[in-house]
Write a protein that binds this ligand. Structure first.
Ligand SMILES: Cc1cc2nc3c(=O)[nH]c(=O)nc-3n(C[C@H](O)[C@H](O)[C@H](O)COP(=O)(O)O)c2cc1C
Length: 325
């Protein structure tokens, strides 16, 4: 997820049970490769394997070049984005706009797979169920992908026109899975271990991909993993563990982005972690005014200390007296 699944966050998710995590989308246009943003997105130093980079674009030759460039930078899997509905991406007929041009899809897939094959780098595809509900062509696109040598397909159960509204549907994913021999990964609105199990059972998919539900909740991966293996729910993390994980995330985040960008881009993550906890809204309003990483880290740390103190049950006077004795 662009702007979310940066290296520190992917690393944390992988540590907490994610079997696999794809980089933020990287532009296929070479003119952008030297930008700070893109070079950050292409930094995989110390990342837990396998390193997978998503590329977006509409020009087959440029996409092939971008795939090779990323493979040479350490990507062991290349993922092609045909699912992003963002205007910036769609206006140049990339992302989900490609779903209206099946001939171009085939040329892009062929070009990227042919370029990556000599490097031993598999290519995967991420897409939606179609341009709109009247033209759901996921099955045809999936067949094109399989014939082109795509190694796995991730399908978000919405059309481009749906954006992120309504509920993801899993019938199309189920139909696609029934027709393909390559692995199919189901995606969309999976936000609990129970939902993950339901979607796996219903679609027959080989795996599930989690997006927004992992924001501020990277431990969802171990919860899902545990539930799928044992049928039992894992207890949620204590406030103490949440505090540790968030502070560790912040340390890594600051190292990765530096002082100026680090303090600003950390705010949304902190907001996601704290969402729903008592007093989080007023804390976040204050925390968002802090403009240096040291004070931000300290504020988060202190806030959790207060939270734990307030959550302690009030001791009965007898217990108080016994302890004093
Ligand atoms: C902020 C944001 C950024 C996203 N960026 C990307 C992206 O770069 N590439 C991609 O394939 N999907 C991207 N997505 C879509 C997600 O990967 C996923 O398909 C979608 O959110 C549905 O899954 P979910 O309900 O588990 O979040 C993005 C979604 C969000 C909310």
């Amino acid at each position: 997820m662009a702007g979310v699944t940066d290296r520190p966050f992917r690393q944390l998710c992988k540590k907490l049970g994610a079997g696999y995590a794809v980089s933020e989308m990287a532009a296929s246009n070479p003119k952008l490769w030297d930008s700070v943003k893109t070079s950050r997105r292409l930094n995989h130093d110390g990342e837990i394997a396998p390193i997978s980079v998503q590329i977006a674009g509409a020009d087959p030759a440029m996409m092939a070049e971008a795939a090779v460039f990323n493979a040479n930078k350490g990507a062991r899997i290349i993922d092609i984005n045909m699912g992003c509905p963002v205007k910036k991406v769609c206006n140049v007929a990339s992302g989900s706009a490609l779903l209206r041009h099946e001939d171009l899809i085939a040329r892009i897939l062929d070009a990227v797979v042919s370029a990556c094959a000599p490097l031993g780098v598999p290519v995967t595809l991420k897409t939606r169920t179609g341009w709109d509900r009247e033209s759901r062509n996921a099955l045809r696109v999936a067949k094109l992908a399989e014939n082109a040598g795509i190694a796995a397909l991730t399908l978000h159960g919405r059309t481009r026109a749906d954006l992120y509204t309504g509920e993801a549907e899993y019938d199309t994913i189920r139909a696609v899975k029934a027709e393909l021999t390559i692995p199919v990964i189901a995606n969309g609105d999976i936000d609990s271990p129970e939902k993950a199990k339901h979607v796996l059972d219903y679609t027959g998919a080989d795996a599930v991909m989690i997006g927004r539900a992992a924001q501020g909740r990277p431990w969802i991966f171990r919860e899902i993993d545990h539930y799928l293996r044992t049928g039992e729910s894992l207890a949620p993390p204590s406030h103490g563990e949440m505090r540790e994980l968030l502070l560790e995330h912040l340390d890594d985040h600051y190292r990765f982005y530096g002082e100026h960008t680090g303090v600003r881009t950390a705010r949304k993550h902190i907001g996601w972690y704290l969402d729903g906890l008592p007093g989080a809204d007023s804390f976040c309003a204050r925390m968002n005014l802090i403009d240096n990483t040291r004070d931000q880290w300290r504020a988060v740390s202190d806030w959790f200390d207060t939270l734990s103190r307030d959550a302690m049950p009030h001791r009965a006077p007898v217990a108080e007296a016994l302890m004093a004795a």
